[in-house]
Design a protein around this ligand. Sequence first.
Ligand code: PSU
Ligand code: MN
Length: 306
Amino acid sequence: MNEMLTLTGEVATALDEGRPVVALESTIISHGMPYPQNVAMAVEVEGIIRECGAVPATIGVLGGRPLVGLGRDDLELLASDDDVTKVSVRDLPYVVARRLHGATTVAATMRLAALAGIHVFVTGGLGGVHRGAQQTFDISADLTELGATSVAVVSAGVKSILDIGLTLETLETQGVPVLVHGSDEFPSFFSRSSGHAAPMRVDSAAEVAAVMAATWDLGLDGGIVVANPIPVDDEIPADEIGAIIDQALADMGRLGIHGKDATPYLLGRIVEITDGASLTANIALVRHNARFGAAIAIEYAALAGP
Ligand code: PSU
Ligand code: MN
């Protein structure tokens, strides 16, 4: 175990005993949703994972300490404090050295989860290749991390604020298995459809666990994308959300926002334009992912043994 990490007793004991643990990220709390819905979502999702029989481990950096497992006060701080840095892998050393608070992205959460020995991670949406990346080179470090770090990441796919086709191409280049649960189409977060075929299809948590075991037993280091389409009842139709995303992208262009601020701006703007409807859908899909992620962690723990 890396000495820089601080695990809660609950998480450390579960890992020691080979019981299922599910990592959760904190950028989704600090920079992905407004307060107070963000902290309510974080607490609720931890509860869902416990009810399903796994141990939740929300990951973040407080006062420069990388924490695996957060208390209620930690979640409240990350949800409400203005001085929480968005931390991808390249930001980790700086926030640790400066003893800052940091909310970890998919990439940074994967890295810390792997250091702690956690193999399953649940979130809402992945970062990816931004539209126009041919010019800007803006490709999320989430994708290179998926190429390198052995954690299965459960999401509802990739939002069309990104270029979904180029994101799937980049995942293929990185050697990342992309599994879609119960559908032949890769989902686009708010919608079950994206116009892109599922690279691989699975129909149960046990099938995901079998792919995880095969990947790592083969010595193929790297992550696995598990795309779990949003439930039909919670979907926002692709054409409806498409127009809203185009407006948010145009607003961002006018304001000159780019780099690490792009994704948080777009997420916030979409909530504003939809008058909160996108937030409702976002919370619903995270709940859905938490249930599937817990089931995967339980199946994988049974395969891997204590
Ligand atoms: N997409 C979402 N919600 C989020 C994010 C992406 O629908 O909260 C966050 C995740 O933490 C993801 C990060 O890892 O944004 C990607 O940021 P960037 O594109 O700057 O790598
Ligand atoms: Mn970027």
